[in-house]
Design a protein around this ligand. Sequence first.
Ligand SMILES: [Zn+2]
Ligand SMILES: [Zn+2]
Length: 689
Amino acid sequence: MNRGKATAISVCACVAISLAFTLTSCDGKDGVSKKVIVIGMDGLDALLCERLMDRGELPHLDALRQAGGYKPLATTIPPQSPVAWASFITGANPGVHGIFDFIHRNPARQYAPYYSAAETVGSEDGWEVGDHKIPLTFWPFSHHPTQTLLRREGTPFWDYLDEAGVPMWIYDIPANYPPSPSKHGHMCCLSGMGTPDLLGTYGTYQYFAEDVFVPKEEGGGMRKSLLFRHNEAAATLVGPRNSYLKTPADTEVSFTVYRHPTNATARIDLQDQTVVLKEGEWSEWCKVSFEMEMPAFLPNKDVRGICRFYLQEVHPTFRLYVTPINIDPSDPGDQKVTEPADFITDISERLGLFYTTGFQEDHKALSNGIFADSEFAHQADYVLTERMNLLQFAIEKYDEGFLFFYFSSTDVQAHMFWWDSQDEHPLRSSGEASRYHRSIVDLYKRMDDLVGELLQRFGEEATIMVMSDHGFCNFRRQFNLNTWLRDNGYIQPPECRKLTGCRRRFHDRCHHVNWSRTTAYGLGLNGLYVNLEGRERDGIVAPEERDALLNELSEKLLAIRDPLDGQPVIARVYRTDEVYWGPFVAMAPDLIVGYHRGYRASWATTLGDMTDKVISNNNSAWSADHCIAAEEVPGVIFSNRPILHPEPSLIDLAPTILGEFGVSPPETMSGRSVFDPAPVAMTWNGDRE
Ligand SMILES: [Zn+2]
Ligand SMILES: [Zn+2]
């Protein structure tokens, strides 16, 4: 596309749109104008949708299909949520938005993994006063306080609509924390996946029980001992870290638990609140205030959060689960989860307290054995109910412009409950496995009802799209890429067990990696990197040797067979210099490993741990996944307008949305509207170029 021409069209379109829409605020405004509604259902699977539509179980979605408003939606390489949603947001491939995996590494520090979509940058500087260190943010000190930065690059489609004066409401959008600013004030946005809890993690539950003898931290939570004396026990909730201390330390709040001596009830006294629960009962949201101690001449800081208590068992073994401490939506303080900052308090005034973390369904509590299946299902259902209330709020506010609403349930519940085969389930009996898979079908039906309601309310006047970022499949066997690389001589020494945490002088003793003899390594769920000279700090592969090494690795990976049944493990190996383009390709993994359905990267390999076996059973409650070859797990696009694009893809949705408002897509968006037929030159003989 000619850039000058595109810009000129954009400017004309902006003027036209600006006349149609006047400056709005999050309060909405009267008047009827263009309406575009996009409902994002994470992980809604094309194959399951088609099967259920064929059986008449999704009547509203099927009606859209009958009218030509359905296609499978090609997902990103790799089909991981942050990658896929970043492509939805920017209308561009990962080479433009720079998100390639949940986990990236810093090549200057050789193997230093971090969460790809956001990075917390700590303050190194500060004015030291006694035990404290206070960043002075003004000139000439200009210390940077600890802050979280959005690492997604590229321009989101909403910036172009903002410039064009289109009012927008965007709820729970993934890969946008902290929320990107609205320069022209037309956008209200609530951050979704990637938003941390008050501890700065992606969800840390706190579990208190009599049978925890050694307190421990585990992925996603903390287990703590509870010792009763005369049926009374003291406990502490851990809060955010006080980074104003020279040696940062966690804040804490004490609470007291009173257990009824004979009945299955308990009372919890937390600050000025009293909660009485029966066994098996959840509390409402409780507010909790953590005090950050400051130097004597400054007032202490209060950081406010919310949590819910779940009394799992009273007798014989007392067990109490506390949700991750969420940012308090009624009083978020310095924590910005919406754009504009006060949009969150508007929502809270209407809806009260609700989950503000990006990952709301506590799948870690299930994977770690704190929750039983039914307890996870109950908590996940609560999350969905809260989101449905939020959607009602969104609909009441909305009268024109763009509305986006995101559901995580179709992804997180599927990770835990999806199992669509007769193969033995990692943890459940076949009866349980099919019962829980049925709950996923029920969830799809609930989503179909929701689509019916939206069509009834807005179908005549709005363009409605229902889309997902990828599909789903069983995750039966796990592949340790780093073990395979070690066993094939790419990682050295042969007895190596770990890529992280190695101090170089201990190479020979600690079974850690020796980078001076290692040519390739795996990181994250799909990434494979060459230990490249001039890029990696300890790189040894000369740039002219890279091509041959990548070809050799691809060939060998595609030839791998599962010793259990001879099945191929890897369906596709993508070279990122062939499938990506844009300014950030150089930061990408060299290869993306695309597994077959049923297989995925092992839990250990994602952060560089090696196991005895290359391929083993996945023995986790997280028994379905989608981080495999993109072609194997397409998402969906439904609309109340015919979809004429023959093979729509995620990157087509941003240009589609812009097109609906008459705004031309920028050059970085390589897709085109799904409502436009294929260009004649591409389809004259029925083939796609
Ligand atoms: Zn997803
Ligand atoms: Zn997922």
